[in-house]
Design a binder for this molecule. Sequence first.
Ligand code: ZN
Length: 361
Amino acid sequence: MSDVVFILGAGASKACGIPLMSEFLQVSYDLLKDNRVQDVSSEFEAVFDGIWSLESVYSRSSLDLDNIESVFNAFEVARMLDAIPGYSGHDVDKLIMSLKCLISRTIEKTLKMPMVSESGFVDPHHELAKVISEIQDRHRTTAVITFNYDPLVEHALSNLGLVPEYFLEPHKPPEDPLDLDETPVRDPLHVPVLKLHGSLTWGQCRGCGKIVPSTSWTIHNGTFTPPPWFQHKCGGMVEIPYIVPPTIYKTQYYAVLSSVWAQAAKVLSEAESVCIIGYSLPAIDTFFPYLFALSTIQIRMLRRIMFINPDEAAAERFKRLLGPRSERKFVRYGYPFEYKDTFSNIRYLLLPKEETKDLRL
Ligand SMILES: [Zn+2]
C-alpha cells in the first residue's frame, strides 16, 4: 500500500517555466515566430495549419482550440472520424506526430530548473522529493501520480538517491498468495511514479509495441535534453516521445498503459492521505474523474485530501467529484506552489508526530 499519494498537475511544472495547457500553444507560436525552433519549424507550422483547418469547421462549436489538450483530443478524434477537411488518415497521423514534436520541443525550450532564491522561490519537485524521502525514511510509503509529460519529478527523486518505478510492466503476484513470506516488501528507496499521460522520455518500440523508458536524457544546468530514438533489446527502434491525450478515448493506448493506470488505481484505493498539487481537474479530462472516483469509492483509511492550488474554482470541481462522504476530509491550500510555505505545511501535516519524540529531554 502507499500511505501518501501525491498527484501532480500542470501547475506543479509551471514553477519550472513550462506553460499551462491554456497558454501552451501561444508559447509554441512565439517560439516559432522568434526562430527558436528552426530545425522543426515545419512541424510547428503543420500543427497551426491543422488548427486553422479545424477552426473553419468548428468555429461555432465549443472546441477550445487555444488549449493544447483540447487540440490533441480533436486531432485524435479526427483520426477516428476522418473529420478534418483536406486531410487523409495518413495526413492526420503525420499531424499528430508533428503535435507531439511541438509539445516536446516547447517543454524543452521553456523548462528551467529554478534555484532557491532570496524570495524563497524553489523548484517544487525538489521540495516534494525531500518530503517523500523523509516519509519513506519513517517506514511509510509514498507514490506519485502525474499528468505531466516532463521528467521533473523523477529527476528530483533520483537526485536524492530515490528510485522512480514506472510500472510499465505488470508486477507479478506472489506464486502462492497464502504464503505471507512472499508478500512483496517495498524497497524504501523505490517510489512508484505513475505517468498517466506518458512521458517525453518514454518511447514505443516499433518492433514489439512495448513502452520503453530511455535512460539517456539529462537535465543539466537547468536545461533538459530529451533522449534520441534508440534501439530496443528486441531490435526494434523506439520512437520518442510516448504521450497520450487526456480524453476517455484511450482504447488504443489501453493495451500498453493499462499497468500504469491499474497501479494508479491500486495506490489510490489504499491511500491514507492524498495530496494534489497544481491539478485543476480540467473539463476535458474525462478519464481521471472515473479513475479517482472508482479507486476511492470504498476507501476507509483515507484520512485527508490536501488540495494545493491557487484556483478556487478547481477546488470546487474537485469537491463535487468527491461527494459528501469524502468532502469533510478535504482541505485546500491556496498558496502558490512555488513558495516554501506550501511544503512546510505538507511536511507538518504528514510528519507531525515523529518530530515530537525528539523534543522530550
Ligand atoms: Zn521491442
